[in-house]
Design a protein around this ligand. Structure first.
Ligand code: PEP
Ligand code: MN
Length: 366
C-alpha cells in the first residue's frame, strides 16, 4: 500500500501533527469555547466525538447530528479542520453531509471487520482523510486488515491512531501501549502517518506529556489529545482531558529529535550491535543444541518434556541475575520464556520423530 503523506492542505509533514478537542461534543457553548481556546494554541485540527460508543446503554451516547452543526460553526470561526468518529454508514453520511474534514474509526469499530467494510463501502469515491484507531485487542493483522479495507475502497489519505490495548490487569495505563505493535506497523509501512493518543493510553491527564514525548522519540507523526474547556465537568473521559492551556504547555515542552544520525561514531556503535547480535544468535544455537541433547536423554529415560520445577527455578534465578546486571527482570523473563518455548518445540520434534520411527519399525516387523 502507498499512502499520501499530506492528509489535509496546509498540514505539512513537519512533526508533530496535532489534533485536539474534547472527548465528546456536549453543548454548543462547550464546543465553541473549547475550539476558540484550542485554535489560540496554534492547533489546526479539532476533534470531538459526536456518537460515543459506551460499554453499557444509558450513559452519555453523544449528541448526534446537532453537534456536527456546532463543529462546522467552530470551523467557520476558527479556520480549524474538523474531525469526528464514525462507526456506521449513517454516521459517515451525516458527517459528510455537514462537511466534516476528517474521520476516524474508533477502537471498538476497528475490531469488527463487518463494520469497517460497511464504512469503506460508504466511502467509495470520497476523497477524505481517514484515521484508523488500533483495535481494542492487540492484533496487528486486524489493524492492517482495516487499513486494507479502506485502501481497497480507494482511500489513499490514511493514517492510524495508536490508543493502546485493553487489558484486565491493573496497570498504570488505561490501555497498555504495547509499543512494539505500532513500531512493527511503522516498519512495514514507513510512509503511514502514526498518531499517538496519550489520553486513551494513559487514562489520566498526568500521563499525557510523558506518553506524547515517548511517541515523538519513537518518530510518530503526531498526537491526538483530548482537550476540554472545563475538563472536570466533562460528560465523558473527564480524568484524561486537559485544558487548552495545559495542552499548550505539553506541546511547548515536547522535544522533537529530527536529526538523522549518520556520523562515524554511530556507525562504530552499530557495528558493535551487529557483532553482538551475531554472538547472541550463536549462543542461542548452542543452547538449542544442548536442549536437543536433553531431549534425547528424556526420550531414553521416558521423562516428560516439561519439567515445571526446573523451569520455574530458571526464570526466577535469571530474572534476579538480570536485575543485578541492570536489565529489567520482566524483560529477562520474556526472553527466557521465548527461548524455553523454542527448546520445548525442538524437544517435541525429537519425540515425534522417534514415535514415527518406531511405528515404521513396527510396520516393517509385521
Ligand atoms: C475517543 O476517541 O473518544 C474514543 C472513544 O476512543 P477509542 O475508540 O480509542 O476508545
Ligand atoms: Mn474519549
Amino acid at each position: 500500500m502507498e499512502f499520501e503523506s499530506i492528509l489535509l492542505p496546509g498540514i505539512d509533514a513537519k512533526r508533530p501533527l496535532v489534533i485536539a478537542g474534547p472527548c465528546s461534543a456536549e453543548t454548543e457553548e462547550q464546543v465553541m469555547n473549547t475550539a476558540r481556546e484550542v485554535a489560540a494554541t496554534g492547533v489546526k485540527i479539532f476533534r470531538a466525538g459526536v456518537w460515543k460508543p459506551r460499554t453499557k446503554p444509558g450513559g452519555f451516547e453523544g449528541v448526534g447530528s446537532p453537534a456536527l452543526k456546532w463543529m462546522m460553526e467552530a470551523e467557520k470561526e476558527t479556520g480549524m479542520y474538523m474531525a469526528t468518529e464514525v462507526a456506521t454508514e449513517k454516521h459517515v453520511y451525516e458527517a459528510l453531509k455537514y462537511g466534516i474534514d476528517m474521520l476516524w474509526i474508533g477502537a471498538r469499530t476497528a475490531a469488527n471487520p463487518f463494520a469497517v467494510q460497511e464504512i469503506a463501502d460508504t466511502l467509495k469515491g470520497v476523497d477524505i482523510p481517514i484515521l484508523i484507531k488500533n483495535p481494542v485487542n492487540p492484533d496487528l493483522e486486524l489493524w492492517i486488515g482495516a487499513l486494507e479495507r479502506l485502501y481497497n475502497a480507494g482511500i489513499k489519505k490514511l493514517g492510524v491512531i495508536h490508543r493502546g490495548f485493553s487489558t484486565t490487569d491493573k496497570t498504570v495505563y488505561r490501555n497498555l501501549p504495547q509499543w512494539h505493535i505500532p513500531i512493527e506497523l511503522k516498519r512495514r509501512f514507513p510512509n503511514l502517518p502514526i498518531i499517538c493518543d496519550p489520553s486513551h493510553i494513559g487514562g489520566n491527564r498526568t500521563m499525557i506529556h510523558k506518553l506524547s514525548q515517548q511517541a515523538m522519540d519513537l518518530n510518530f507523526s503526531g498526537v491526538i489529545v483530548e482537550t476540554h474547556c472545563s475538563p472536570d465537568e466533562a460528560w465523558s473521559d473527564k480524568d484524561q482531558q486537559i485544558t487548552p492551556a495545559a495542552l499548550k504547555e505539553v506541546l511547548d515542552n515536547l522535544i522533537i529529535r529530527d536529526t538523522i544520525q549518520t556520523t562515524e561514531d554511530l556507525s562504530v556503535l552499530r557495528d558493535q550491535i551487529d557483532d553482538l547480535d551475531n554472538e547472541l544468535l550463536q549462543l542461542l544455537a548452542k543452547r538449542m543444541r544442548v536442549s536437543r541433547e536433553i531431549g534425547y536423554y528424556k526420550l531414553e529415560h521416558d521423562m516428560p518434556i516439561l519439567q515445571t520445577k526446573r523451569y520455574d527455578e530458571i526464570l526466577t534465578d535469571r530474572a534476579y541475575q538480570g536485575e543485578r546486571m541492570e536489565i529489567s527482570g520482566k524483560f529477562v523473563k520474556q526472553v527466557l520464556e521465548a527461548i524455553h518455548s523454542e527448546s520445548v518445540r525442538q524437544q517435541m520434534v525429537i519425540m515425534e520423530r522417534e514415535k514415527k520411527q518406531s511405528t515404521q519399525n513396527e510396520e516393517t516387523a509385521l
